[in-house]
Ligand binder design. Structure first.
Ligand code: NAD
Length: 423
């Protein structure tokens, strides 16, 4: 992997930048620059043809000064330790900014789930948990679903852990099916959290969401719900949406039924047909003349080579890492408000915290309570971020929204480490 594309180097650079802005103690900086613990496992699984496949797995506990490590498990053929380390670092900042009692972690297994049948997937899920069982638990490290893992996989993992421990411990993992005490309301919590951030940012920027035009990149869990919720909650006009093959643009707005039919018929939303619609590539979608752009697909989409062509006034990073560090600088100089990923998509982990909290207490909420608590938490994170940015500006130092969020998150973790006597 070329140096500039190494995600962990990128995470370290972002920390360095924040450390300089906030004048972070040297010891705290050194402690936060590397994970506290990295677990690497070799996992044997008997496959359907009788041979044993050995999979490589990771679990990174980046920092647990503020509480148990928290972060998803990815099953991906191109998984690398550096990706897992970067994501674990970002989880640390995400949980800290959200002010929930967790540190940051992440896990992964190098595997291609598309080539595995259900029995093999279950065997791998259980074997992975056996290999890390002594290091995880509701008070140590709490995994969740991520790329190519889902509530069913969480259920198998919970069951395996319960078998090892000899008792149930529902709070050891989140993103479970509701039948196994997953939380009502969690399924669209990432997008809903993003919508609350959009509402607050629009208020400050005097964007009328009822009249606003929006382009969404991605038609998965994050993008599709963002599309639906921005229409449902604010009556906004979503004029463009895409998936990995391409997208569609219609200035009059898009119809969900038609989008789903197009996706089902051809595998892509780009075959959508409306009165005034036309196909757009993913690159064109990013540069459309809209009020709000929501990248909700994959990383590195807004880069140094296209950041100066972004027309949107507000960029809402619902995906992880959609804006590269050089693009962040360009957008900032051009006055585009760029709400950072670890704020915008923190609704997912805040939802996980609610699930963990309900599992620990044994008292369960309804969806209404889940939504109003999510609103309260994420709106507070947004306001903290904007206040921090204002604070620096009043001292003559203008910093991007991402750095304002970093300063809050890093400072909270550093203070917890200091209070513990780690430095
Ligand atoms: P998903 O797999 O459900 O959907 C991904 C979407 O992106 C699909 O529509 C896919 O076609 C599209 N896509 C893939 N490659 C693309 C490309 N090259 N160009 C344009 N579109 C492309 O995934 P998701 O859960 O919606 O996650 C999307 C992003 O949001 C990721 O960065 C993820 O880390 C982040 N995120 C998701 C959650 C969550 O709860 N789902 C939480 C936090 C962050």
């Amino acid at each position: 992997m070329p140096e500039e594309l190494n995600p962990f180097k990128e995470a370290q650079q972002q920390l360095d930048e924040a450390a300089e802005i906030m004048n972070l103690d040297r010891e705290a900086h050194a402690l936060l620059k590397e994970p506290r613990r990295t677990i690497m496992t070799n996992i044997p699984v008997k496959m359907r043809d009788g041979h044993t496949e050995v999979f490589q797995g990771f679990r990174v506990q980046y920092n647990d000064a503020r509480g148990p490590a928290k972060g998803g498990i990815r099953f991906h053929p191109q998984e690398t330790l550096d990706t897992v380390k970067a994501l674990a670092a970002w989880m640390t900042w995400k949980c800290s900014l959200a002010n929930i009692p967790f540190g940051g972690g992440k896990g992964g297994v190098i595997c291609d789930t598309k080539k595995m049948n259900e029995a093999e997937l279950e065997a791998l899920s259980r074997a992975y948990i056996r290999s890390i069982a002594q290091f995880i638990g509701s008070e140590k490290d709490v995994p969740a679903p991520d790329v190519y893992t889902n509530p069913q996989i969480m259920a198998w993992m919970l069951d395996e852990y319960a078998t090892i421990k000899g008792h149930n411990e529902f709070a050891m993992i989140t993103g479970k099916p509701v039948d196994l005490w997953g939380s009502e309301g969690r399924v669209d919590s990432t997008a809903l959290g993003g919508m609350f951030v959009m509402r607050e940012a629009a208020k400050r920027m005097k964007i009328n969401l009822k009249r606003a035009t929006i382009a969404v990149q991605g038609f998965g869990n994050a993008g599709k719900y963002a599309y639906e919720l921005s229409k449902e909650l604010f009556g906004s006009n979503v004029v463009a949406i895409s998936d990995s093959q391409g997208g569609v643009y219609d200035p009059e707005g898009l119809d969900l039924d038609k989008l789903e039919k197009a996706k089902k018929a051809t595998g892509s939303v780009d075959s959508y047909e409306g009165k005034n619609s036309r196909k757009v590539s993913n690159d064109e979608l990013l540069k459309l003349d809209v009020d709000i752009l929501i990248p909700a697909a994959i990383e590195n989409q807004v880069r140094g080579d296209n950041a100066d062509k972004i027309e949107a006034k507000l960029l809402l990073e619902l995906a992880n890492g959609p804006v590269t560090p050089d693009a962040t600088r360009i957008l900032f100089e051009r006055g585009v408000v760029d709400m950072p990923d670890f704020l915008v998509n923190s609704g997912g982990v805040i939802g996980s915290y609610f699930e963990w909290q309900q599992n620990v207490s044994g008292y369960y909420w309804d969806t209404e309570r889940f939504h109003s608590e999510l609103d309260r938490f994420i709106t507070k994170s947004f306001r903290d971020t904007m206040d921090m940015q204002k604070d620096y500006a009043s001292k003559g130092k203008k910093i991007p929204e991402r750095m304002a969020a970093y300063v809050i998150a890093v400072d909270r973790v550093a203070r917890a480490m200091k209070a513990r006597g780690w430095y």
